[in-house]
Design a protein around this ligand. Sequence first.
Ligand code: G1P
Length: 294
Amino acid sequence: MPLSVIRKAVLPAAGLGTRFLPATKASPKEMLPLVDKPLIQYAVEEAVASGIEDIIIVTGRGKRAIEDHFDRSFELEENLKGNKKDGMLKEVRRISELANFCYVRQPEARGLGHAVLCAQHLVGDEPFAVMLGDEVIDAPIPGLAQLIKIFQEREGSVLGVKKVPSQEVSRYGIVANRRIAPGLHRVEDLIEKPDPKQAPSRYAVIGRYVLSSDIFPILRRIPPGKNGEIQLTDALRILAKTSPMYAHEMQGQRHDAGEKLGFLKATVEFALKNPALGPPFAKYLKTLNLQRHF
Ligand code: G1P
């Protein structure tokens, strides 16, 4: 495991999942399976591969399945042992041993900034990561590890960004940037979900952050912003005025698996890469007569 000064990652998971209704009416969207693992497990594995030891999951009502997933499951383990399913037994145990998990409740859905604030007492005054499980980053160097490297080199907060088409800027936090090296920018300002005409760039924040704990007092004092929610982006723009903040163009393939089309694309790509499922799935896809549908 790489040595890292960033030991803790906060994973907000209290959202209502409105982009994926009706599937998320009674089940957490974080538990939607991408091939054979729930979405949130991809983020946890990325964190662990980036040197994170403590995973702090911000949950809400109806999210019990997340805690159960990362816990031991004695009945299941006994069953797998009895049926000599050693490979799956190992895999099931590995999940509960990935990291130290702690959970904190966000009592009301008051926005991403408020969710992060709910983890303040568990983070303390050290720099930490925030990861949004909707965004799946498939990269040879784990997405979060890319940001941690920049944090260590530059000693400032770092946001993962990707350039998006102009018609998509209104779905993201967008940075006003000044390029300082290939793939690296100084963040001068940010706007949450701007109108394309007002967007300062096309660099969208894509759910990976390494932040100074100075963000907490700012989150505590800012008023609700876009959609009446405490926005992390609004706190970041204040932080960027007082201390250095960087935007790193993330390397690798990124999927917005929190909405239906992005989820479908991610499913196809991950299924094709799966050693057991990939070949038969590719064979099946080739038999589809797509013209028949459109
Ligand atoms: C959140 C953030 C936004 C960011 C996006 C990335 O928005 O508020 O700044 O660009 O995640 O996925 P949400 O998707 O929760 O509306």
